[in-house]
Design a protein around this ligand. Structure first.
Ligand SMILES: [Fe+2]
Ligand SMILES: [Fe+2]
Length: 319
């Protein structure tokens, strides 16, 4: 089962616009077995969508790793299509990304998951360049409900917005987007008991939790396609601008700029998202809190730029 599982990747059906002809096959997991449901060449009709929904276990549908390129191209074509509205494109992008971000934490082979998540960020960056209101749509789709994987994607979307506001070029944005997508990948090595514990962690549990930047560094360092900036976004995202963060107690500009960005978007997402034990803050309240109560932790210029990312956007009707 485990070896079979490593040759499939999750997708969300909402990443596929109905009535488009598939260029890859879709599988569902029934009683622990991957079962072919739609063959390449079939069309995803509304009736089939309903049938798939009732047969499959959970939310998930799968594509073989060997057909991943076809799936990726398919998503790209939907994003480039002039027949699909920008908000729908943003929804497709988000849906296509969410399943693969889950794989970052669950797929047996982390390197397969790392490699397959690369196009997510390329697609976001292209989309941002092509559709001037893209960021507002994407931000409008972020931050309402919480689960760990969604967190990685939302942190990454906010980071792209902030990076763009700070004048980064598409190449830098891609590096930043991937680094922020991977920032918590070290949590793969932290037990679910600790990750999902309701209420405060004990001292020992907290010590383990605080190791996730190091764990992440080790995972990323083993993959030759990961750049230093991406490793820094992961390893240094819990450093604090005033020098009392972890694990290295770096301060101000010793902290890599990508990690300074992730520090902001990470906290912002945690404060504005519903978890079982907190009430989410409204966007402005979250930024005011970061500025006034915990201000020493963030790069002040970047924090100011975050205001423009969130409030100078044309309002998206997605939210
Ligand atoms: Fe973290
Ligand atoms: Fe995080």
């Amino acid at each position: 089962m485990n070896s079979e599982k490593s040759s499939f990747l999750k997708i969300r059906l909402s990443s596929i616009h109905p009535s488009t002809q598939l260029t890859f096959s879709i599988y569902v997991l029934i009683n622990g077995k991957f079962t072919l449901y739609l063959r390449s060449g079939d069309k995803l009709t509304f009736e089939k969508l309903q049938l798939l929904d009732s047969k499959a276990q959970g939310d998930f549908f799968y594509v073989q790793v060997s057909e991943w390129v076809a799936y990726k191209t398919f998503i790209q074509e939907q994003i480039n299509s002039s027949e699909i509205a920008p908000l729908e494109k943003a929804q497709i992008l988000k849906a296509s990304s969410m399943a693969i971000v889950e794989e970052l934490f669950e797929h047996p082979d982390v390197n397969v998951a790392l490699d397959s998540s690369r196009p997510i960020i390329e697609n976001f960056v292209t989309f941002m360049q092509a559709e001037p209101e893209a960021m507002a749509h994407l931000i409008g789709l972020s931050g309402h409900d919480f689960y760990t994987y969604n967190h990685s994607l939302d942190v990454s979307i906010y980071a792209l917005g902030l990076g763009k506001a700070l004048g980064m070029n598409p190449k830098e944005l891609e590096e930043l987007g991937l680094g922020s997508l991977f920032h918590d990948i070290g949590k793969r090595n932290v037990s679910l008991d600790i990750l999902c514990k309701k209420g405060p962690l004990s001292k020992d549990e907290w010590t383990i939790m605080q190791l996730h930047p190091q764990y992440g560094y080790v995972i990323l360092n083993a993959n030759p396609t990961i750049t230093d900036a991406m490793k820094a976004a992961c390893f240094e995202h819990h450093e604090s601008f005033q020098g009392n963060g972890y694990p290295q107690q770096l301060q101000s500009h010793e902290i890599h700029p990508h990690a300074r960005i992730v520090a902001i978007t990470d906290t912002y997402d945690a404060l504005t998202t519903q978890r079982s034990y907190n009430t989410p803050l409204m966007p402005l309240d979250a930024l005011v809190m970061m500025k006034e109560k915990i201000h020493g932790r963030y790069d002040p210029d970047m924090l100011n730029a975050m205001y423009s990312v969130l409030f100078n956007q044309k309002k998206s009707n997605a939210s």
